[in-house]
Write a protein that binds this ligand. Structure first.
Ligand SMILES: Cc1ncc(COP(=O)(O)O)c(C=O)c1O
Length: 418
């Protein structure tokens, strides 16, 4: 029994325990995130199986969820890590990922972050401009090291998702435009003592529900790699990025493993199957396997409708306010049914609104906000002096680890010192 489900009585469960039982056994107040580690492990194992015995690195984009328990689970399943800051790099290393399993992405890495990455000897720094190649060479010279770099190409491939999570079109800040790739290769080749050009990467955005746009971007990378091999002896890998979508309840999404198989197919078609295949999935590994549990503080009736007032707000889960995302909100103790409520949080912003959901005629005491395993806790803030929520990690129906909420006292102490 993996992931979110309903038991015979209709109660919301994670694996074989109800959400109520899990909250009670942890003795945690709400709001609280709960994650099913077994479901996360199974998704990672399916990905590894789909990638097969050929050389590969599935580098988990840890910005999606950087909880140590989850990082250790994914590392144990054979995954690497894709980091986007010095903080994430330090956490990845401390979580046991070896340097040669770590990629660093990001459009604006500081000198200190580049030094940290070069010093640790990570698998590759993914550069996003010709200017950055020159900066990496300068830092490698200063450190007396040779840096491994990959160029992230911007293939100008648009995807059908929210504009804020589409990154591979020509107006985006990300990647080296296709037309500038020869110049980027040339600047790597000018510094053979300082730079090893080991990869070509792409990441066109998030929430792709079918592999076609992924394959289009992959073809662009594979073609570049095929041509690049004529003149380079250092090229080791192609990286097709992340961006695999999940079903938030509105539209089905193909599984991560299907994208892995599609990636292999592109490599075979374009004659680069002997290179290492790198992917950077984030959301698809963890998103469906987390929920946010919230208590209902009260109800409110107005001329326009009825509100369900939660103790979880946009500071805990910002995706609805930030992207207009729809996360299903459901009663914890019974199946959702006829009886709409507009579900809102306590934060003093109109955008603190989780939308209208079929809850049932009676107001529940406890609700679950579904598919909250990715870009949820990692985007949480303390806005309105609201402490970060607790996180509970579940395996085989038991809580195996708890990260308690820091509580409001620590916020007061820190702000007093500011
Ligand atoms: C460079 C890069 N790789 C991978 C990812 C992971 O994307 P997703 O969580 O959609 O798989 C992101 C997400 O923003 C990213 O920026």
């Amino acid at each position: 029994m993996l992931g979110f489900r309903r038991n015979a009585q209709g109660a919301a469960c994670l694996g074989r325990s109800t959400v109520r039982e899990l909250l009670a056994s942890a003795g945690t107040s709400t709001p609280a995130y709960l994650y099913d580690l077994d479901a996360i492990r199974k998704t990672a194992e399916d990905l590894e199986t789909a990638l097969g015995p050929e050389p590969h690195l599935a580098a988990y984009a840890m910005k999606a969820n950087s909880a140590g328990t989850i990082l250790r689970t994914l590392r144990a399943a054979g995954l690497g890590a894709d980091v986007v800051s010095g903080g994430e790099l330090a956490l990845a290393l401390a979580s046991g990922f070896s340097a040669d399993q770590i990629l660093m992405s990001g459009v604006a890495k500081s000198d200190a972050e580049l030094d940290q990455a070069i010093g640790a000897g990570i698998f590759a720094i993914q550069v996003e401009s010709v200017e950055e190649i020159e900066r990496v060479a300068a830092r490698a010279r200063a450190l007396g090291r040779r840096a491994r770099v990959s160029i992230r190409v911007n293939p100008d491939v648009a995807i059908d998702s929210h504009e804020k999570i589409s990154t591979g079109h020509k107006y985006a800040k990300f990647g080296v435009p296709l037309a500038d790739m020869p110049r980027a290769f040339a600047s790597i080749d000018r510094e053979p003592e300082l730079l090893a050009g080991v990869g070509i990467s792409v990441h066109i955005g998030s929430m792709m529900t079918k592999p076609e746009p992924y394959q289009r971007a992959a073809r662009c990378v594979a073609e570049l790699a095929r041509a690049r091999r004529e003149s380079s002896t250092t090229l080791e890998y192609v990286d097709f990025g992340g961006g695999i979508g999940i079903d938030y309840g509105g539209a089905p999404a193909e599984p991560l493993a299907a994208f892995a198989r599609a990636a292999r197919q592109v490599m075979r078609e374009l004659g680069v199957a002997d290179l290492k295949l790198v992917m950077e999935p984030g959301r698809s590994l963890v998103g469906p396997h987390g929920i946010l549990a919230a208590n209902v503080i009260g109800t409110k009736q107005t001329a326009t409708g009825r509100f369900l007032l939660l103790d979880a707000g946009m500071n805990d889960l910002v995706r609805p306010a930030m992207y207009g995302a729809n996360h299903r909100v459901e009663p914890a103790d019974w199946e959702p049914g006829p009886g709409d409520w507009r579900v809102v949080g306590p934060v003093c912003e109109s955008s603190d609104d989780f939308g209208t959901h079929a809850i049932g005629e009676r107001a529940p005491e406890l609700v679950v906000i579904r598919d909250a395993g990715a870009y949820a806790f990692t985007m949480a803030s303390e806005y309105n002096a609201r402490p970060l929520p607790a996180e509970l990690f579940v395996s085989d129906g038991q809580i195996v680890s708890v990260s308690a909420s820091p509580g409001v006292t620590s916020w007061v102490e820190r702000r007093l010192k500011a």
